[in-house]
Unconditional design. Structure first.
Length: 365
């Protein structure tokens, strides 16, 4: 294997779907907003973005499309090990940082006292499980999240699982069999939604396997869209597709969730991916879409440390609607700013360093 075939820069020579990047950022913002709102309004029927959690399913579908697009014709040449290195360099620096921020927020939360009930040994174990992406749902005050220090990491755990299956099985699976697997996974989505009345699960020990159903269908559907070339040419552009995506997040939370949520995940999100891949981006919005895409992952993986502090503050002081709105809007703006700084000062430099080290090692070979 020569150095040229393993150079990660080769993976960046393909066309970028900037509109899909932009939509990823919209979905990340929806998740952050949803997390604030669900802590303030435990009755989801009063939450204006009560289906913001479905952004995770959109992420999964987009991931399947992008992974197939980026690696289907390359993984056989670069090899499985290089594929895993690429994914770890791309994803894991923020897994580590999210764990660190989560630990600091837990230990020094000015509105919480839960850290006092944990010994040093247990805290170290919780932290290491978070860094190593090993589910460890042992924190009752955090609803037994799979990753108590950084709750959103549950979806990254399943993303890693999907990447492993892709590298060993799915990239070699023909389109026909991929279609059958997707239909089987669709049945799993329907079963989960009917049993639980919604698709909220996957993040805790009690609903662990719901996450498997959610990643299985959406990741496979994203791959199938790419391999079947289901790209729909259109002129909706980024603004039009943003509106269509947001509609899924703000649809009413009702007794019909067991039906409406699977319909969104099974059909609507794949349709949006197909439309996003085939839409025309106006020149003036390109920088916004690129920025939105780049900041989406740092925002997703760093915001929840502040959410735990907000939850304890809200529980203690119960601010009124006007003050609550101001706090949430200000916090979201600050979290976007923090994510931008994390991207510039931590994530980008660290990934560039790791890629340089990787290139040097490959050249030695």
């Amino acid at each position: 294997m020569n150095a040229q075939n393993t150079n990660p820069e080769l993976l960046q020579t393909k066309k970028h779907f900037e509109i899909l990047d932009g939509l990823r950022g919209v979905a990340a913002l929806a998740v952050v907003t949803f997390h604030f709102m669900e802590m303030a309004y435990t009755d989801y029927s009063q939450n204006f973005i009560a289906h913001g959690f479905l952004a995770v399913d959109f992420f999964f579908c987009l991931s399947g499309f992008v992974i197939a697009y980026a690696y289907d014709d390359r993984i056989a040449h670069i090899g499985v090990i290089e594929f895993f290195k690429s994914r770890l360099i791309r994803l894991h620096p923020l897994v580590i940082l999210g764990s660190i921020l989560g630990l600091l927020a837990f230990m020094f939360d000015p509105f919480g006292t839960s850290a006092n009930s944990y010994g040093t040994g247990k805290l170290i174990l919780i932290f290491l499980s978070s860094v190593l992406m090993i589910p460890y749902p042992v924190m009752p005050e955090r609803a037994f999240n799979l990753f108590g220090l950084n709750a959103p990491a549950w979806s990254l755990f399943w993303e890693y699982v999907a990447n492993i299956f892709y590298a060993f099985v799915l990239y070699k699976t023909g389109r026909r069999w991929l279609g059958w697997l997707t239909m089987l996974a669709a049945a799993g989505i329907c079963i989960v939604a009917y049993r639980s009345d919604n698709l909220l699960g996957g993040w805790a020990g009690s609903n662990f396997w719901d996450g498997c159903a959610r990643i299985s269908y959406s990741f496979l559907a994203g791959m199938l869209i790419y391999r079947s070339n289901w790209i729909i040419k259109n002129r909706l552009g980024f603004p039009g597709l943003t509106v269509l995506l947001v509609v899924a997040f703000i649809m009413p939370f009702s007794a019909w969730n067991w039906l409406t949520e699977p319909l969104v995940v099974l059909f609507y999100f794949p349709l949006l991916i197909a439309l996003g891949a085939g839409s025309v981006l106006s020149t003036g919005l390109k920088r916004l879409c690129v920025f939105s895409g780049k900041i989406s992952y740092p925002l997703y993986m760093t915001h929840y440390a502040a959410l735990w502090i907000f939850m304890n503050y809200y529980t203690a002081y119960k601010p009124g609607t006007a003050k609550l709105s101001l706090i949430i809007i200000t916090a979201i703006i600050l979290l976007i700013s923090v994510a931008w700084l994390v991207m510039l000062l931590y994530d980008n430099p660290l990934r560039k360093y790791l890629n340089r080290k990787r290139n040097s090692a490959n050249q030695v070979k």
